[in-house]
Design a protein around this ligand. Sequence first.
Ligand code: SAM
Length: 262
Amino acid sequence: HFGFQDGLSETEKTERVAGVFHSVAESYDRMNDLMSFGWHRIWKDHFVSSLNPGLSSSSPPKPQRILDVAGGTGDIAFRMLHHAHTINANPSVHVTISDINASMLAVGKQRSLTLPASQQASLSFLEMDATSIPPSLIPDNSYDLYTVAFGIRNFSNVPAALAQARRVLKPGGVFACLEFSKVTNAVLDAAYKRWSFSAIPLIGQLVAGDRDSYQYLVESIERFPSQQEFRRMIQEAGFEVGGQGYEDLTGGVAAIHKGMKP
Ligand code: SAM
């Protein structure tokens, strides 16, 4: 039952993923809450506060440029802006929400209209494929922080995306990824697998009228590398990874990986 993408070319995989997100864009935010019992909000809050956007020791603060990749409907970007503006009282942070999918970006744009005007002014939107970013669109060494949340496992070519991340980051810039991962406890893992393989496609069918897209999402989590394998891929892409290099959330249901461009 992992056949959704078997035997497909990279272009076909990309098109298949595009189809999934076009069809889930409208229901995406509600489905996230239902499928994760709201946990995704806690993980996203933790991810953003661990990055502490807008923190600056200089006065006036140094401007910070953040690229949120596969930013979808804006959950990470909006939290980044909120954190920088209200917690660090630093408005000189710019966030670019990028995504391959125009439908997801359209929902993000609509949602951003409810942000305070000063935060809206620090936000821009960019339609692009994270696995091949033209240097004319984003030059080398142009961002301080690259974030990707629940996006990278959908990419048709993860090493290519990591190479692009390294290219667009400035030296000293940080790559940060929040993604579903491998549950470390066997009992929790059994319960989690039962939930995800039976309930999530069913909820997808009942709430979003789309069983196949949610079946695909569950399978893509299963296929994604373990914490240690993904850490190694980040290192192989040329990032410096400190300490363990990742942090498990909720027993490994999700994990945060970070790396620094030397
Ligand atoms: N980051 C958001 C969040 O945490 O709520 C959205 C995550 S959503 C599960 C995954 C997103 O990845 C979708 O919006 C999809 O369009 C995007 N995506 C998939 N393949 C992509 C690619 N090659 N380049 C850029 N974005 C991509």
